[in-house]
Design a protein around this ligand. Structure first.
Ligand SMILES: Cc1cc2nc3c(=O)[nH]c(=O)nc-3n(C[C@H](O)[C@H](O)[C@H](O)COP(=O)(O)O)c2cc1C
Length: 333
């Protein structure tokens, strides 16, 4: 197939791409069709200057959206060949997807794709049931399939050491008024196509909590409704920390999240120890790994929840004028 993707294919894949997670649900991506290829760019206007000064978080989110794009096109029978950062002079274009030879989707692609609409960040306490070995293995394989690693933090001592690093990073961030203001600006108390709905923000933290949860204005907890005493903490990392490494890590993150959803698991993300450089280095050393930690996840069995809203795909597509929807234009009288 060498004719390229169509606008209809772009629109269908975009609807899946935008289901990816992003810092504060900022959705910092744009999509377009150019010379038959689908191109994914980072949307600088939706970056968080105080929380994400380097653009790491926006690139992770775009990588996650790229994984959904790949999956969506593969399940439609039109898989893509991907080039990361295809244009040296256009650094914001993170990926270009062109049609590969058509083939039916694999069983793994089908099951991961089915998990796309079901995945959501579950910030509530999980049940104490341990995550079985087979599921842990699948999560590690998911990261490896996308050229990244997943390190499970096992044992009370290791989890406590991790919690100490995470809490100190949390304290550093909370001292920054710009960080606090940005978070407040992205909490939504009314229906909105972006930002974190207060109802999805998880419960208020309590002094006895082991892990620091980023507060999104959630409710107070019912007495006794504490977080699981031995959370499964997983650190996702990449070989290096270039822009390309971060795009790879975003794809690996989404593959891990969808694999978890497919296995009936819930996940919440915890990126404070990634956002504070000293904490990130302490985390890397504590794992005894080469490479760079890119995300931390808390994984377990949670209560059902609902997906958070997304912007309309017309707000993220850059279509040529000739195919842009005319809706909303005044009709000449
Ligand atoms: C790079 C990145 C960092 C994130 N950090 C956190 C975090 O520290 N705490 C948290 O509760 N959620 C975190 N999230 C999850 C987002 O808030 C979440 O994806 C977004 O609100 C959309 O909701 P959804 O995941 O339910 O679709 C992070 C997501 C990304 C992509």
């Amino acid at each position: 197939m060498d004719t390229g993707y169509t606008v209809a294919q772009l629109r269908a894949a975009a609807a899946d791409a935008v289901r990816a997670p992003s810092l504060h649900n900022t959705q910092p991506w744009r999509l377009r069709l150019r010379d038959g290829g689908i191109e994914l760019s980072v949307d600088r206007t939706r970056r968080l200057p105080a929380t994400d000064p380097s653009g790491w978080g926006a690139r992770i989110a775009c990588g996650a959206a790229l994984f959904n794009l790949r999956l969506s096109l593969a399940v439609a029978g039109t898989p893509a060949t991907v080039r990361l950062r295809p244009y040296p002079t256009e650094p914001d274009v993170l990926a270009r997807l062109v049609p590969d030879a058509p083939r039916p989707p694999t069983p793994t692609e089908r099951s991961l794709y089915a998990a796309v609409p079901r995945r959501f960040s579950n910030r509530a306490p999980f049940w104490p049931d341990p995550v079985p070995a087979e599921a842990r293995w699948r999560l590690g394989e998911a990261a490896r399939a996308e050229q990244c690693w997943l390190e499970l933090v096992i044992g009370t001592t290791a989890v406590n050491a991790f919690a100490e690093i995470a809490r100190s990073a949390h304290r550093v961030l909370e001292r920054d008024p710009g960080y606090r203001q940005e978070r407040a600006e992205w909490i939504r108390r009314e229906p909105s196509p972006d930002g974190v709905p207060a109802a999805a923000g998880g419960p208020q933290s309590e002094p006895q909590d082991l892990l620091p949860m980023r507060g999104f204005g959630g409710r107070n907890r019912a007495p006794g409704r504490d977080f699981e005493p031995e959370p499964l903490v997983a650190v996702l990392g990449s070989a290096g920390n270039t822009t390309t490494d971060q795009i790879l890590a975003g794809q690996a993150l989404q593959r891990v999240l969808l694999t978890a959803t497919d296995a009936g698991l819930s996940v919440s993300m915890l990126s404070q120890p990634i956002e504070v450089p000293g904490a990130r280095e302490a985390l890397r050393l504590s794992l005894g790994r080469f490479g760079t930690p890119q995300m931390v996840m808390r994984i377990g069995y949670g209560q059902p929840g609902v997906a958070t809203p997304r912007r309309d795909i017309d707000d993220v597509l850059d279509l040529p004028v000739s195919v842009a929807p005319a809706a909303g234009l005044p009709t000449p009288s």
